[in-house]
Design a protein around this ligand. Structure first.
Ligand code: FAD
Length: 533
């Protein structure tokens, strides 16, 4: 088998690449995906999100290593293993981050990655139901829509925000991120719009595009320093595919460094210790893991205006019928209808904390079962954590999960910021606007009064917000893995395009940025190919 481009991973970035690179019918493109087709029913039901958070049939269901700063706890780290990748199991909230994030990337030496450079790529993918403006696009494959329903509690929360000085913001992806408002979501007609739906499904019939599912890439093949193909296992059979132009790795922030190490690209000593022949020594592979960190605070609510009530008893039946026959109702909602971006310190130019407002409470977070009584959860999220982690092979076996260590709440600054965020969250809930509906604080609870108590509570429950980035980061310094054209330093015909290349984590949920990276990568690849002709 021979293709011009072999893309490993049909996730947020990989599906975009498969679409854009196969526009030209003379390009032969192969997309390899370890997981199955996206036939799982709950993928397509927006609020069915909880059903796949720990479902191994569509999810890698990784576990962190024991986290040293948060009581040695281990966490579930979901990652999509299905067409659409994590965009098929994520919360569908459409957030781009701050313009300053991308300008910072450019300032770090990554020419072509400033906000001005990247805005056209965000707009290119987008079909925003609000129409086009300076920040938003129409006509792109990815549906970005407003919510069709608003849980009654949402307006209370927004008014509470305004009362404590958080401005109402009707476009959290516009000129200014700061503020509180409704999210937009990657949802089309009440169904999830993953990148498989948006970018892949419409072009599956292209003769020059092959998609292989349940195909696990186990090694990139090299001739000297030049990538020549990929070895993969499908149905128990090992297959080899050759490429005439490039291999593009889009396996995500955990799997891309894993595949590089399996292929002999990474820290020489580490690879030798595992008995993997070193193709190319590159110190940064699997280093610099960044992730948003979340503490979930919970309150009981005294009126039936949250989602808890909607999924129990007769209301559950009503919700199901509304979803099936009208494409409406609570089941068509993203997990987080409302968000806020806030500065915890006066001197900050841009927000460093996000509130993720979920109009419900889980009786068990692991099982994702909603309480029967009304409640609200506010996820207090560190947007620019200083903590850094790693992803490395434990064994040379391609099917064994890598060791993932976040080092959550590693630095004093991160700890201080999360406590500041929790205090702000309490101010939000204490606002007069919440008086008619506020019940007891379930977590951390009224016994946690001092900063020290809040920190202890944070250390008990802090988790990854499932936005890992930067494990093969872009840059020009010795720890960088790819250059600003996404080529792996020191190797030929090998690029990486996914969350792993972000030089620093963006200040917001990461799906939109991964899709943008897919768009930008496609453009770079096609431009360079044209240059060679
Ligand atoms: C539960 C959850 C909720 C989230 N909620 C949101 C949200 O609401 N909003 C938001 O913006 N972001 C959210 N995110 C984050 C966002 O979805 C991810 O950052 C983004 O999808 C990552 O894109 P990617 O292209 O880097 O990787 P992925 O989308 O994860 O794609 C990688 C793909 O590569 C495949 N793959 C990996 N290794 C191999 C191999 N060796 N061979 C073949 N295939 C391979 C995987 O199976 C997967 O399909 C969430 C993530 C999760 C997990």
């Amino acid at each position: 088998m021979e293709f011009d481009y072999v893309i490993v991973g049909a996730g947020s970035a990989g599906c975009v690449l498969a679409n854009r690179l196969s526009v030209d019918p003379t390009n032969r493109v192969l997309l390899l995906e370890a997981g199955p087709e996206d036939r799982n029913f709950w993928i397509h039901v927006p609020l069915g999100f909880g059903k796949n958070v720990n479902n191994p049939s569509v999810n890698w269901c990784y576990q962190s290593e024991p986290e040293p700063n948060v009581r040695g706890q281990r966490f579930l780290l979901p990652r999509g293993r299905v067409l659409g990748g994590s965009s098929s199991i994520n919360g569908m909230v459409y957030v781009r981050g701050q313009p300053e994030d991308f300008d910072h990337w450019a300032q770090l030496g990554n020419g072509g990655w400033s906000c001005e450079d990247l805005l056209p790529y965000f707009k290119k993918s987008e079909n925003n139901t609000r129409g086009a403006d300076h920040f938003h696009g129409i006509g792109g494959p990815l549906s970005v829509s407003d919510l069709t329903e608003r849980a009654g509690i949402c307006e209370y929360m927004i008014r509470a925000g305004e009362e404590i000085g958080i401005p109402r913001n009707d476009d959290l992806n516009g000129q200014i991120q700061e503020g509180i408002g409704y999210h937009q979501a990657t949802i089309r007609n009440g169904r999830r719009c993953s990148t498989a739906k948006a970018f892949l499904e419409p072009v599956r019939s292209r003769q020059n595009l092959s998609v292989e599912t349940e195909a696990l890439a186990t090694r990139i093949l090299f001739n000297g320093k030049r990538a020549t193909g990929v070895l993969y296992v499908q149905g128990g059979v090992t297959r080899q595919v050759r490429t005439t132009r490039e291999v593009i790795v889009s396996g995500g922030a955990f799997n891309s460094p894993q595949l590089l190490e399996l292929s002999g690209v990474g820290q020489g000593k580490r690879l030798q210790a595992l008995g993997i022949p070193v193709v190319h020594s590159l110190s940064g592979v699997g280093e610099d893991l960044q992730d948003h960190q979340i503490v979930r605070m919970r309150w009981r609510i005294t009126k039936n205006i949250t989602w808890n009530e909607e999924v129990h008893g007769w209301r559950a039946l009503r919700s199901a019928l509304k979803f099936l026959f009208a494409g409406k109702g609570v089941l068509t909602m993203p997990t987080l209808p409302v968000g806020a971006f806030i500065c915890t310190r006066q001197e900050l130019a841009t927000p460093d904390i996000q509130f993720q407002i979920f109009p419900g409470t889980y009786s068990s977070l692991e099982a994702r079962v909603l309480d029967k009584q009304p409640g609200v959860t506010v996820g207090v999220v560190l947007l620019r954590p200083e903590s850094r982690g790693t992803v490395h092979l434990k064994t040379p076996e391609p099917t064994s999960p890598p060791a993932i260590l976040h080092n959550l709440l590693q630095t004093e600054r991160d700890r201080e910021t999360i406590v500041r965020g929790m205090k702000l969250c309490r101010r939000l809930m204490d606002a007069n606007a919440m008086d008619p509906i506020r019940g007891v604080e379930l977590y951390p609870g009224c016994n946690a009064t001092s900063d020290k108590d809040l920190l202890e509570a944070a250390l008990d429950v802090t988790q990854s917000n499932w936005h890992p980035t930067s494990t093969c980061r872009m840059g020009t310094d010795p720890m960088a893995v790819v250059d600003p054209t996404l080529k792996v330093h020191g190797l030929e015909r090998l690029r990486i395009a996914d969350a792993s290349v972000m030089p620093t984590a963006v200040s917001g949920n990461t799906n939109a940025t991964c899709i943008m990276i897919g768009e930008k990568a496609s453009d770079i690849v096609l431009q360079q190919a044209r240059g060679r002709e």
